[in-house]
Write a protein that binds this ligand. Sequence first.
Ligand code: SF4
Ligand code: SF4
Length: 388
Amino acid sequence: MTHMDILEELKRHPYEYARKYKSERGRPIVGYFCSYTPEELIFAADTLPFRLFGTGEHIRLADTHLQAYCCSLVKGALEDAMTGRLDFLDGVVFPHTCDTIQRLSDIWRLNLPLGFHMDVVLPVKLNALSSRRYMIDVLMEFRRNLENAFRKKITDEALLDSLNTYNRIRLLLQKIHDLKYEYPGVIAGEDLHSIMMASMIMDRSELADVLERIAGDLESRKNTSPSPPGERIVLSGGSCNLLDIYGIVEEAGAAVVGDDFCTGSRYYEGLLTIDMNPVEAIAERYLTRNVCPAKHSGLSTRADNIISVVRERKAGGVVFVLLKFCDPHAFDYPSLKGALDQEGIPSTLIEIEDQSSADGRVKTRLEAFIEMLKRKDRKEGELSGAGK
Ligand code: SF4
Ligand code: SF4
């Protein structure tokens, strides 16, 4: 089995991995939903952080507790919990982000057997004077709650080890993405998807070793990788349930050369500072990395970031991915699109409910957008040729 095979297997059967892991290692498993969950603390408590992505199964039980206008991530996770498919979890952490996740926390607390259950209420506004102190206090409380729930002291030494492991993982994910973006043919989009999914599920120490091997393999074959399709795309919007959109874009004839997803670049960007108090280092990273629409750090920071990624990666356009019924991303979209329009950067919006709905309709829309980018390139080429 190659290292990629291991990750693909994990992507296909994440819950089987969790059950086996628990029975072999006896280590508790804590579910979480969002990149505003301080995983480093969970891992330092000798507990496996396990991201929940929803389900591919038909929704039956969850619909009796949720309004029809909830995103598929929340519906799917609740369905899996209510049908017992998440019976390996020893607890679940709910970050204070979108309304849907916050209300899911209440529904979970009232209807499911209680393991460790905690709402991590990090500040919404990240650029206020009090944000840092407030964030550190919440993280300290989370640390104490984990210690009490799992009867395990989280020493500074264990936390430092955890921070170092996460830094190693994030550096390797950055390297793998940089290679993909510079040599798009070096790894298939769907393999990148497997890497990202495994990175939020697998034992993090083992993951770091696997990523090291994969990064080494990619480095050694980058110069012989197949030529990529001509058009270069940046993905933005929301993919909280980590849709395999990379593969769909590639099938439609373009290469993904950057993203702004919390299950993509925002998951691995920003290293933790090691020579400061470890809890403060976690806070610092949250305060300085790019925000998602459920947080705030200035009116134009998200748009500025997307524009700079497009320029830096020489991308032709942006594809906004909107998970159906996701209010935070839907509310953000008009201003982001407006900012791109002002810069002359073409964009399109695709709305997806879950992986199964990413069908021919989405592909056709992407193909039309890519064709438009090609025409734009040809026209610009002709104009610059005529000007010589
Ligand atoms: S988009 Fe924001 S709120 Fe939603 S999962 Fe990602 S980080 Fe969390
Ligand atoms: S898709 Fe949107 S509504 Fe659903 S959990 Fe993510 S941010 Fe919240």
